[in-house]
Ligand binder design. Structure first.
Ligand SMILES: C[S@@+](CC[C@H](N)C(=O)[O-])C[C@H]1O[C@@H](n2cnc3c(N)ncnc32)[C@H](O)[C@@H]1O
Length: 282
């Protein structure tokens, strides 16, 4: 065997062992995340720290207090923005809101919400459509650090130009500046947006059904999972949705290759928005 192949083999064995250990010690389960993605992140961390092997990193995770937080941050990729891919929100506004409007009470689950930009974007949309007061939004992530940022609803002022443009492209009805006040380097979003939002820690891999909801938004999360895990998590979403409920995955993800695909009807093929057509007994 060539030396590079051998190194690759050793790394793969060490990585498997590393994730078993993290699961047993910290309860976070990365064993079925996309291998290439997690390997790249871990090798980056090793290089940055000037370490020689995954085993050396493992020693730090086990014996250095707080070190695991760094690994969790490396593996969780919290990149997000307000009205990210504005077409997705436009589709929600045009296709889904008219249906939600017919319900007396609306429950929405943002799974993998990161620092909350996506959640406030949708809360604003619900306010503009006059539905916010009869909505309950659950916003979850498995990383407690990003949830703390999400709860504050304070974001860098440097992002506002881009977010305003996204908001306009998404079909926003007002002036975006109606929703925040600027303070030095930050913008603080209106407290009224938080009223019906519950932020909570929830791990899509190891935790069960969160709530029974009308709409689930989970974008840019499944791409980090392997096929087995994508099946597990889309199964969890299917259990959580009422019959006739909606699942919004965003343009990068797809329900087509999962076990639950035949339980849905496609509402928007580009933005990957689906309607659940069956009744779940669980
Ligand atoms: C790239 S961000 C996506 C944020 C937002 N949904 C968006 O599209 O802009 C992915 C998020 O998924 C979260 N995540 C990854 N694995 C998770 C899991 N097993 N359970 C819950 N959240 C998870 C990460 O912590 C991160 O905040």
């Amino acid at each position: 065997m060539h030396l590079p192949d051998q190194l690759n083999n050793i790394q793969n064995i060490e990585l498997t062992h590393f994730f078993e250990l993290i699961f047993n010690v910290y309860g976070y389960d990365f064993r079925n995340y996309n291998k290439a993605h997690v390997k790249r992140r871990i090798l980056n961390r090793i290089n940055n720290l000037g370490l020689k092997s995954i085993s050396e990193l493992q020693h730090k995770v086990l014996h250095e207090e707080g070190f695991f937080d760094l690994i969790l941050r490396d593996l969780s990729i919290n990149v997000t923005e307000m009205y990210r891919e504005p077409g997705f929100y436009k589709s929600l506004r045009n296709e889904i809101i008219p249906i939600l409007r017919t319900y007396p009470y609306i429950k929405v689950w943002h799974a993998g919400c990161a620092t909350g930009e996506e959640v406030y974007s949708f809360a604003i949309l619900l306010q503009e459509e006059g539905l916010y007061d009869r909505s309950q939004i659950y916003a979850t992530d498995f990383n407690p650090i990003v949830l703390e940022t999400a709860k504050k609803a304070i974001y860098p002022v440097s992002k506002i130009k881009e977010y305003t443009l996204n908001y306009q492209k998404s079909g926003g009805k007002n002036s975006f500046s109606d929703y925040y006040v600027a303070r030095y380097e930050s913008v603080i979003f209106n407290q009224s947006l938080k009223k019906n939002i519950v932020f909570a820690e929830h791990n899509l891999v190891t935790d069960g059904v969160f709530a029974e909801v009308n709409l689930i938004i989970c974008r840019n999360v499944l791409i980090y999972f392997n096929k087995e895990l994508q099946n597990k998590v889309t199964g969890l979403f299917t259990e959580s949705l009422i019959k006739g409920g909606y699942l919004g995955l965003g343009s990068k993800e797809n329900l087509m290759f999962t076990d639950v695909f035949d339980q849905y009807q496609v509402v928007d093929a580009k933005e990957k928005i689906y309607k659940k057509t069956i009744f779940s007994s669980k």
